[in-house]
Design a protein around this ligand. Sequence first.
Ligand code: SF4
Length: 483
Amino acid sequence: MSSAEAYVPSPQAQAFLDSVESPRYERESVNGLAPFLAQSAPADVLGFYSPDEIEALRPLTGTERDVEDRMPVKITRHYLNLARQSPALRVLVKATPEETADLAGSDDPGFQMDYSPVEGLLHKYEMGLMYVVSTCSAHCRFCYREELISRKEVERQDGSVAKKGLAKIDEITAYIRAHNAEVKANGGLHPETGREKLREILLSGGDPMVLPNARLAAWFAALAESGVESIRVGTKELAFFPDRFDSTFLSMLDRFHETFPDVALRLMVHFNHPDEFLAKDEGGDYIEEASGVLKWIPSTKRAMDGLTSRGWISVENQSPIIKGINDDPRALRILQRAIKRVGGDNHYFFCGRDIVAYRAFNVPIETAWNILNESQKGLSGVENHARLSITHYKGKTEVVAVTSEAIPGVPGTENGVVVLKLLRNALDAPDRGKVCIVGRNPEAIWFDGYEDRVVFDEAGLFEYARMEALVSKAMPVGAEGGA
Ligand code: SF4
C-alpha cells in the first residue's frame, strides 16, 4: 500500500497537534541480561539476579535455549523497586532457564496474520488492532507478543516470511476510509465480510505509551478524522512507569477531547497483580488507609485518577492468569476490588495463549477458571464483571463453567464438563453466543487437550474445515495489502 492516499490533518486537527507538548521521560530501564552477566549494571540493581541465577542463565547465551532470543529482558527502575518486595512481580520480569526448556508453541498465536489486510493492522472482529510500536517500558516474560517484541519472522498467509511490520498512518487511514466507504455504499454492511463500519481501533504493540505525546496525538487525530468513534490504547505503563501519565499527557487528552468531542477513549490497562499498584509497609504487607481501604502507590493512584476523573475516558483492566504470578484467588480478589473502587473496570482475565514456550507460563484452563471463580466469591456484582476468556482461532471464547458432576446419561461427561461460549467471532460474528461442551481434562492448557472429548460443539471450535472457510472469507481477493 505504498501508494496509499496521504492523510493530511484538517486545520482543527493541526491546531490540536500544534498544542501538544512531548517531554522526554527517564524510566531508568535496564535493557537486556548483558549488564547482569557482565556485572556492569548499577550497583543497586545487580543483586536483582542472584549469582546462582546468573550462572544458570550464562551458558544458555547464544544457544537455541537463549532466553533473550525468545524475549528480550527489560525492566524499569519503578518496577524493579516494586519487584524487590514481590515474588510475583519478580516472576513477571525475571528470565529463568525454565522458560526455554520446552519451546513448543506458535509464532503467530491465533493465526493473526490471516486477518492482516494492511501491514500492522489486524481486522478480525468488528474492531481493528494496530501494532504501533514493538517494545514496552519493561517486558513480561509471558508476553503473547513475543514474536513482535523479539522481532521474529513469521509466516504470512501467502507463504512469505517476514517480521511483523508496524502500522503507518497513511496506509491505515486509507484502509479505514476505503472499508467504511464500501460498507456505506452497500447499505451498512461490507459486501464480502458482512462487517459493519470500522468504528473502533486499538493501538497496541508493544506499548503505545512508550511513544511521545506528539506521536500518540498524531494517531488519535488521524483515526478521529477517518471516522473512528472509539480509540483504545492497550498499555501496561500504569504498572511499569506511572509517571508517564503526567500533566502534558493529560492536557493532550483534554485538547483532543475539545477537538473531537464525539470520539471516546478506552484505556485497556494491564495489571496482573495488586503488588503492581498497592503500597506496602516494610514487612511487605499492604497498607490500610484510616478508612480501612488499601492504599495505592501514590504515583500510580495519581495516574489512575488523571484518567478516571475524565468521564469520557474508560479504564478497563485485563490480565492473563499466569503460573507463579497471579494464579492466586486472594490476589485476584484484592485486584478486582481495588480497581473497581478507584473507577476502573475489570474486563477480562485470559487463559495464556499458545505462544512459544507456553508450558512455562500457562496454568491449566480448568485451574484458571477455578481460581477466578474463587476470587469472585465475596465480590459485589459490579466488582465481578470480569470473565475468563481463551482466545480461540475463531474468536474470544468464554470459559463459562467447569462442573464436577456428570451429565446423566451422556457418555464422556463422567468427570464433569467444561462449558465454552464464543463471545466474539471473526467477521460479522456469525457464531457469537454458540456453545461447546467438552469432557473435563484438568491437565489441558490449550484446546488440543480437549480434542478427544468433545461432547457438543455448536460453536465449531473443533471443526477445522469451518475455520478454513472463515479465513478465505476474511481475505477476499483484492483485500490483501501490506508493504
Ligand atoms: S506489556 Fe504487554 S506487550 Fe509489553 S511485554 Fe508485557 S504482555 Fe507483552
